[in-house]
Design a protein around this ligand. Structure first.
Ligand SMILES: [Zn+2]
Length: 286
């Protein structure tokens, strides 16, 4: 077969250079749903609503709090397995809901592996994404998570926004600017949120940015400060459906972003730039 001066030649050259795009362009209205802390209502309330709409989502599983004893408020592993079999992603949120602070760095591997082992026991694929418990992180956690096979890790809306004062506000994920192991939450749902707060978060899903949302229980009896009422949640999901949003799990970001290549030189650059922008806006408003 002669390929030298026919149409195939450039194509072969591109293949050889490995420069064919491996990922799809990021569409506008791309939203990622995450649900933390193994709350029972993830199975009883959230699951049927997501299935009805055909939405993807990640459930960040931990055996922390009183997961072991309180099966009225927390999922069983059989229910977690069922969520996996439904097509949802099971992500790692550490065994004990351990914050990834500097003092805890040497315990991360054991904490992550304990959840991985449970997954293996229940024939659930080894988690490839991670949710930082309490949304806390130390930079030293990144190489450890990477070593453990984690491709994407989600944080909260801080440090750009204050956890307590800013009512769950956050920025959308900007590939290349945000590190794949420090994906920000564009919104972290709070009990007094209305559709307007939800829209503020998801409307950032444009121009190549992806809006990642963080939920806890719907309802959340054990963690009332991050509770979402059922009617609100139904309203949010209906809004996504009616307005043509694409709703995926964290692991599905790999379809659009090459986690190995899409990395900033310095993880703090984008964070300090955003903080500076917010300070400027605040000054302008005063
Ligand atoms: Zn949590």
């Amino acid at each position: 077969m002669k390929v030298c001066h026919c149409l195939f030649a450039p194509l072969f050259m591109v293949f050889a250079a490995g420069s064919l795009p491996a990922v799809e362009p990021i569409p506008d209205k791309l939203v990622v749903l995450t649900f933390d802390d193994s709350v029972k209502s993830h199975y009883t309330v959230v699951r049927p609503i997501l299935l009805k709409h055909g939405f993807g989502a990640t459930f960040y599983i931990t055996e922390g709090f009183d997961f072991a004893e309180n099966k009225k408020s927390y999922l069983t592993w059989e229910e977690i397995k069922r969520l996996n079999d439904d097509g949802f992603e099971i992500g790692n949120h550490t065994r004990d809901h351990m914050g990834c602070s500097k003092e805890n760095l040497d315990k991360i591997a054991e904490q992550v592996e304990a959840i991985n082992e449970r997954c293996e026991e229940y024939d659930i694929p080894k988690p490839v994404t991670f949710g930082y418990p309490g949304n806390a992180f130390d930079e030293g956690a990144l190489p450890i998570l990477e070593e453990l096979g984690i491709q994407f890790a989600r944080r909260g809306g801080s440090p750009e926004y204050s956890y307590s004062k800013d009512r769950g506000k956050g920025f959308a994920y900007e590939p290349d600017r945000d590190h794949p192991l420090l994906l920000p939450s564009a919104g972290d749902a709070r009990p007094d949120w209305t559709l307007a707060d939800f829209k503020r978060a998801i409307e950032q899903a444009r121009d190549g940015n992806i809006a990642i949302l963080q939920f806890h229980g719907v309802p959340d009896i054990e963690h009332p400060w991050v509770h979402t009422p059922v009617e609100r949640f139904e309203e949010y999901m209906q809004y996504l459906k009616e307005n043509g949003y694409t709703v995926i799990a964290v692991r599905d970001i790999a379809k659009y972003v090459d986690a190995e290549k899409s990395r900033p030189e310095n993880i703090w650059t984008v964070i300090s730039q955003r903080k500076a922008e917010l300070a400027e806006e605040q000054n302008a408003g005063e």
